[in-house]
Design a protein around this ligand. Structure first.
Ligand SMILES: [Zn+2]
Length: 346
């Protein structure tokens, strides 16, 4: 491990764009697969590593759905959530906004109250056991249309259902053929209920989708926003209004949103003054983790340890933590970085 990799590994971090099911590491999938032996998912972690090697995007979706199929009971939901938090804590992630698509579970027959209770129970247990604070983004699977948006909104805003850890409302799934503006009424209601707006946009489509997310869905952060660099006016707008981008470099390569890491537009985003955060999206499925994404960003942006610490502070600033929570993690980053520079950590 190089010095910078060691620095990154110990650096307190915030993760803002990571999917719940997409966090299922081979270790977690093996446990779930053993519970449900009727599926074709291997239970041996080594065989799973091969299983997670994708030939193309269609193959990725197929594997992803086979993992979705392993999450059948509230206890599976709890296990996935708690163990995903363990994997984050091991990387010194102090705070994570986990994107959850409740529709995928409730639609498959998991009782909604039991589902919500399972994620909340895992959140509280993870915080007390690992010290990692989890918050939720409830995400509409765009391909499932307005009915899914209605259902997700109901779980997100109804008194007695809305989980305590919920902070934001999102939109994921394919962008092509799923225009963002159709979801405006749902985002309006989520925002009125006090939730933040965090749609994916401009991952596989052009800058117009990002404008739509900003104007129609009142996005406060953009998931990916990769194509923003195609529109200088948009970059200037994002910079001026301090609207952060959740950049996930390896994911962009895995889904072919960007052809090659060295062509990743993160450098242009930073040069334009945009608040860039680094995130992992579906880490085990893309063979990565947050520390690896920070190392990639450090290479692409030519950062040293204080530069990487600044990137970590961006994520804290862009998070939906309360001011005291932000100050606490920013102080942890500061303390760690000074100790590193003074040679007290090696
Ligand atoms: Zn995503």
């Amino acid at each position: 491990m190089t010095d910078l990799h060691a620095f990154i590994a110990g650096l307190p971090k915030a993760e803002l764009h990571v999917h719940h099911v997409g966090s299922a590491s081979p270790r977690i999938v093996a446990t779930l697969a053993a519970r449900h032996p009727d599926t074709k998912v291997p239970t041996d972690p080594e065989a799973l590593a091969d299983y997670f090697t994708f030939t193309d995007f269609a193959h990725f979706i197929e594997v992803y759905l086979s993992v979705v199929d392993l999450i059948r009971t509230p206890e599976d939901v709890r296990l996935l959530t708690f163990e995903a938090a363990r994997d984050l804590a091991r990387q010194n992630v102090r705070y994570a906004e986990l994107t959850i698509t409740p529709f995928s579970s409730t639609h498959r027959g998991i009782d909604e109250r039991a589902f919500l209770a399972a994620i909340e129970d895992a959140r509280k247990a993870a915080e007390s056991e690992f010290g990692t604070v989890l918050r939720w983004c409830f995400d509409v699977p765009g391909e499932a249309g307005l009915a899914a948006a209605e259902e997700t909104l109901r779980l997100a805003v109804t008194d007695g259902l809305r989980p305590e850890g919920l902070v934001s409302f999102g939109l994921g799934g394919p962008e092509i053929g799923v225009p963002r503006p159709q979801f405006k009424p749902f985002f309006d209601q989520a925002i009125a209920a006090g939730l933040h707006s965090v749609p994916h946009a401009g991952e596989t489509t052009g800058p117009q989708t990002i404008w739509d997310a900003l104007r129609e869905l009142r996005a406060e952060r953009i998931g990916h926003g990769t194509s923003a660099t195609q529109d200088p006016a948009l970059l200037a707008h994002l910079a001026e209004h301090r609207i952060p981008l959740e950049v996930c470099p390896t994911s962009n390569i895995a889904t072919r949103a960007v052809p090659d890491l060295d062509e990743h537009p993160i450098k242009e985003m930073v040069a334009a003054g945009v608040l860039v955060t680094v995130n992992s999206d579906d880490p085990p499925m893309f063979g990565t983790d947050l520390n690896t994404e920070y190392a990639i960003a450090a290479r692409l942006l030519d950062l040293d340890a204080p530069g990487v610490a600044a990137l970590a502070r961006n994520a804290v600033e862009a998070s939906f933590l309360d001011p005291a929570g932000k100050a606490r993690i920013a102080a942890e980053i500061e303390t760690y970085t000074s100790a590193w520079q003074a040679g007290r950590i090696a």
